[in-house]
Every structure is written in structure tokens, then in C-alpha cells.
Design a binder for this molecule. Structure first.
Ligand SMILES: Cc1cc2nc3c(=O)[nH]c(=O)nc-3n(C[C@H](O)[C@H](O)[C@H](O)COP(=O)(O)OP(=O)(O)OC[C@H]3O[C@@H](n4cnc5c(N)ncnc54)[C@H](O)[C@@H]3O)c2cc1C
Length: 413
């Protein structure tokens, strides 16, 4: 059977934060855009549920913030760290120069559904769920489209620009032969969920103890917990058994001890492998990689979604006009990488320092009787909590939505 064929100005593979935001922004500029998402819905647990002040600022610039904040969410204005017996504030978002002076915690599927709803108001926007990009189509050295698998059969999409927003295991970036710089990650993360009781502390906090780290996000009725482990260490933890794992958690957060039987089996503990890398070149003629596909982020600071959104804003700002007329040139694609490389390199650099100098040492059994130097500095100069908030909440080189007026849909061709 012949494949279904679609011609579109821009085709985005991946309906994560980067792909959905770019789809919305291009459609808003009147560009015909098709977003392909391989899953049937956005429902996946522990995808990273933080929406940072800079992303909320983008929502404000799009006129969507008020409606967005009507969705059920939690707001975190300060972050705490607990090292051994000492608790101290590490980030204070209340002084940021943004409309929202807090991080929103919201299931990522609600965020993505919201973006999809906003994008569908523009006639040029199309979203195909259960559509998995399987192959780049190439002609004379230029990417000209994608082969796609759907439940209805094969689909071929021809586009002036293909955007790979297919995440940190990106198939498209490897098919394109783009070179990956691997920065290494000595950690993995175990995610789990435990109910939150009246009388529990209210703070979203990280707890560091000799050989162990637990980050607890206050999600109202439950705690979303990230237990950080040495890379590849999950098998040994499983082999030691669930009772031993529960004991470890209880020693880090004694107030959780009365509900650890909610972890009935290892099914309740999800392993997420961490990698930190970036592409040397983010593009080829006809193809651009953004978000984790261009630079997989560590969970440290919870900034990956934020960077993915910022990439999308920069891409729409820089390529919106070229896409109105046809295919962006090599120079125009390079401009996106030039714009976003600096924040990526700086953020990953900081993540790698924290990963290797603080987290790896704690997991290696370094005693936590003494605060790491960086936290001693924060305790001495509390104003530094504002700097921490700035780096986590806004990041380097924040992007702003271009003021270009929305236009009727630009047709492909
Ligand atoms: C353990 C861990 C915890 C994290 N926690 C946080 C956090 O709390 N806050 C935070 O900001 N960041 C967090 N991050 C990072 C964050 O998840 C990513 O940086 C962010 O999701 C990147 O967005 P993206 O749109 O580029 O990619 P993704 O979110 O990975 O989205 C890619 C999308 O593409 C789809 N897809 C993949 N292949 C194809 C294909 N071939 N065809 C069609 N669709 C495809 C996928 O189904 C997915 O929906 C965490 C990362 C890890 C590893």
C-alpha cells in the first residue's frame, strides 16, 4: 500500500516541551507545522514536572499565563538543602525580575496538553499522536522529510525544515550522523512517590547524608522523591532487597518511615538513567536539533524543560521569517545554534561541577559532617540564594517571544 503523503512547511519530531512549544510558536506566526509524537498521549510518570519562572514569562508573553495558572499546580518560592543535620535555604525565587516569582510543579502531561490546546487555535497547527518518525528522507545532501510509522500505516512527510525534538535518545540526530560530545554522568535517579501527611515539613528540599541523596518535591497530597544513585548501581540496590531500601529512605527522612510500605514492589521505583551530552553541530541542511536532542541535560537544578522551551523560542524568533518564505539557509540554522550554545555550555558546565564535585563525592561516602564550600558560602552570604534562584529559575540568556504579529497560515511548497 502506498504511504500517506503530507507536505508541510515545518515538521517537528517529538511532542515534548521543545517540540510542543515550537509547534505553538510557529503556528502563531502563520507557519504550517506538523508535530509528530510517537506515544498515544502525554501521560508518562516522572517526566520532570517543573515549570520555571522563565518559561512562565514566555507564557505571559504569549498571553497564556492566567489560564495556565488555573490548572492545578503547586508553587515553590524557595528551595532548601539538608546536609547531615544542617538545613539551609539554597534558592529564593521571590526577588526574580519575572512575573512569577516561583517554580510551578505540575504534571508534565497537563503542561503539554495545555500547549497543544493553545496551538490548535491556529489553523496551521497539526499534531499527530502515535506517529513515530523512523527515518530521515534525504535528497542531494539535504534533509527533505521524514518517514513515519502510524497505526494506520506508513506516512511520508515532506517539509522545508525538519526539527528533531525527539529527546535525549534522539534517533534522528544519530541518523543524521551529527557528532555527540559526551560529558559523562556518574549518577542515575530512582523516582518514587510517597503520600504526604499533615504535620510533614512543607519544604521542597534535597537531603544529603554520607553516601546518600534524596530530593523531595512537595506535590500537595504526595511527595515526589528522587533518590540519587551511582550510575549502574540499581542492580546492587535491588539485590540488597526492598526492606534495606526502605531503611535507607527512613534514615534520610525519618518522617517518611510510617508509610514506606507504600513501596510494595520494585514496580513502584522507576529508574531513570542520566546522561549529559551535546552535539558539536546542531544542524544539517534541512534539519535542526533542539532540546535534549541537541543537548541532553542532567536533572540537577531541574532545568532541562526550561532549556528546551528556550531553544524553541529562539528557533521561532530566528527561523520564523525564513520559514515564511521557504527553507532556512545553513547560516540561519547556524544562528540558532550560536544563540543557544552559550546557555547550554554554561548550564551543563555547572551541572557537571555539581555532579562531580558534590554529588559524586557524597555518593562515594564522603562524610557530610561539614557543609560543602559552596553551601558554607551561601550560609555566610544569604543574598547568594538570589543568585541560585536566578541560575535555576531564569538561566543564562533568557529568550523572549518575538513581537511579530500572528499571521494567517503560510502554505508549504
Ligand atoms: C531523571 C531525570 C529527571 C529530570 N527531571 C527534570 C525536572 O524535574 N525538571 C526539568 O526541567 N527537567 C528535568 N529533566 C530533564 C528534562 O526531562 C528534559 O531536559 C526535557 O524533557 C527535554 O525536553 P525535550 O522536549 O527536548 O525532550 P523530551 O521531553 O524527551 O521529549 C521528547 C518527545 O519526543 C518523543 N519521541 C521520541 N522519539 C520520537 C520519534 N522517533 N518520533 C516521534 N516522537 C518521538 C517522546 O515520546 C517525547 O514525548 C530530568 C531528566 C532526567 C533524566
Amino acid at each position: 500500500m502506498d504511504p500517506e503523503r503530507i507536505v508541510v512547511r515545518c515538521c517537528i519530531a517529538g511532542g515534548g516541551p521543545a517540540g510542543m512549544m515550537l509547534g505553538l510558536l510557529l503556528a502563531r506566526l502563520g507557519i504550517e507545522v506538523l508535530v509528530l509524537e510517537k506515544h498515544a498521549d502525554f501521560l508518562r510518570d516522572f517526566r520532570g514536572d517543573t515549570v520555571h519562572p522563565s518559561t512562565l514569562e514566555v507564557m505571559h508573553e504569549l498571553g497564556l499565563l492566567e489560564d495556565f495558572l488555573k490548572l492545578p499546580h503547586d508553587e515553590v518560592a524557595t528551595l532548601y538543602g539538608q546536609v547531615g543535620p544542617t538545613t539551609l535555604q539554597v534558592a529564593d525565587f521571590r526577588h526574580l525580575p519575572t512575573h512569577c516569582k516561583f517554580v510551578v510543579l505540575m504534571p508534565q502531561w497537563d503542561f503539554l496538553d495545555f500547549l497543544a490546546g493553545a496551538a490548535k487555535r491556529y489553523p496551521g497547527f497539526r499534531l499527530r499522536m502515535q506517529a513515530e518518525a523512523t527515518e530521515l528522507m534525504e535528497a542531494e545532501g539535504c534533509i527533505v522529510g521524514l518517514r513515519v510509522r502510524t497505526p494506520e500505516g506508513a506516512l511520508e512527510v515532506r517539509a522545508n525544515l525538519v526539527v528533531a525534538a525527539d529527546g535525549r535518545h534522539s534517533l534522528l540526530r544519530s541518523q543524521a550522523g551529527l557528532e555527540v560530545i559526551d560529558l559523562g554522568a556518574p549518577i542515575d535517579v530512582l523516582w518514587l512517590r510517597l503520600s504526604r501527611h499533615a504535620g510533614d515539613p512543607g519544604q521542597t528540599a534535597g537531603r544529603f547524608d554520607t553516601g546518600r541523596i534524596l530530593v523531595m518535591l512537595n506535590r500537595g497530597s504526595y511527595w515526589q522523591c528522587a533518590f540519587v544513585i551511582r550510575k549502574g548501581g540499581f542492580e546492587a540496590i535491588r539485590a540488597a532487597g526492598l526492606p534495606a531500601f526502605r531503611e535507607t529512605l527512613a534514615s534520610l527522612a525519618p518522617h517518611l518511615a510510617d508509610r514506606l510500605d507504600e513501596l510494595a514492589s520494585w514496580e513502584d521505583v522507576k529508574l531513570l538513567t542520566v546522561r549529559v551530552d551535546r552535539l558539536r553541530r546542531w544542524h544539517r541542511p534541512g534539519l535542526l536539533c533542539i532540546g535534549d536532542a541537541a543537548h541532553a541535560m542532567s536533572p540537577i537544578g531541574g532545568v532541562g524543560i526550561n532549556l528546551a522551551i528556550q531553544d524553541a523560542v529562539a528557533t521561532a524568533n530566528l527561523l520564523g521569517q525564513p520559514l515564511q518564505h521557504g527553507a532556512p539557509s545553513k547560516r540561519e540554522l547556524e544562528a540558532v545554534q550560536r544563540r543557544r550554545r552559550f546557555p547550554t555550555v554554561m548550564t551543563q558546565g555547572l551541572q557537571v561541577i555539581v555532579q562531580n564535585r558534590v554529588i559524586d563525592r557524597v555518593l562515594g561516602g564522603a562524610a557530610t559532617t561539614r557543609l560543602p564550600w559552596i553551601l558554607r558560602l551561601v550560609r555566610r552570604f544569604p543574598a547568594l540564594t538570589r543568585l541560585g534562584a536566578r541560575m535555576i529559575g531564569v538561566g543564562f540568556r533568557p529568550e523572549h517571544v518575538s513581537k511579530a504579529t500572528p499571521r494567517p497560515s503560510a502554505r508549504s511548497g
